[in-house]
Design a protein around this ligand. Sequence first.
Ligand SMILES: [Zn+2]
Length: 249
Amino acid sequence: MIIDTHCHVYKSEMENAEEIIKQALNNDIHLILNGTDFKSNMEVLELADKYENVHAALGYFYTLADDITDDDIALLDRQLENNNVVAVGEIGLDYYYTKDNKDRQIELFERMLDLAKKHGLPVIVHSRKAIQDTFDVLKRHEVVGSLHCYQGSAEMARRFLELGFYIGVGGPVTLTNNKKTRKMVKTIDINHMIVETDSPYLSPQEKRGEINTPLNIKYIIRKIAQYLDMNDDDVIEITSKNAKKLFNI
Ligand SMILES: [Zn+2]
């Protein structure tokens, strides 16, 4: 069994989401669906209720940083009580498009971390062009979780590991010239690695230009196995064990 720890396989992202979910389950791939806003959080909850081995992560993404209200937070707080919820995510910081609302992004991120702590849940963190701030914020909070599709350096990865975080390895590891991620995978302990597709985004090299699905997780596993000189089954066993432990599933 493989656990795709981060994907967006629901209707507002993929028209044929349920078909893809069934396909993944038939291939023994379990899923953690990640919501990012009101609508997708609802969709994730419904799918996790309907399918065994489909788990829910709920959160408000940085894109909502300027608009979030106390009522929105209260709604999420109630939704996190659901038994199928295994994490708060996708949450985090992204300065790629703009840094202008940095303070409000950090404020929303911290409110999400407070909710995770309150509910005793791990977090699934997005970080783009914001790795130092992400680290500084996480350091201030007593939470554990994963850095989804981690693209930072090996040195920084080690610092996240010290905070109790896991490194999410996704499609970019398969890109032929991604030396940074290659080095990171070869450096950090596989006992702190989990795998993910971020479907429908971040297709692996082998499926470039196509819509990504959880079935493509095999390319990510193969690449990790190749870099670490292990066989695929051992990578699957260890990363699944890690994901079960982190997300308590
Ligand atoms: Zn994502």
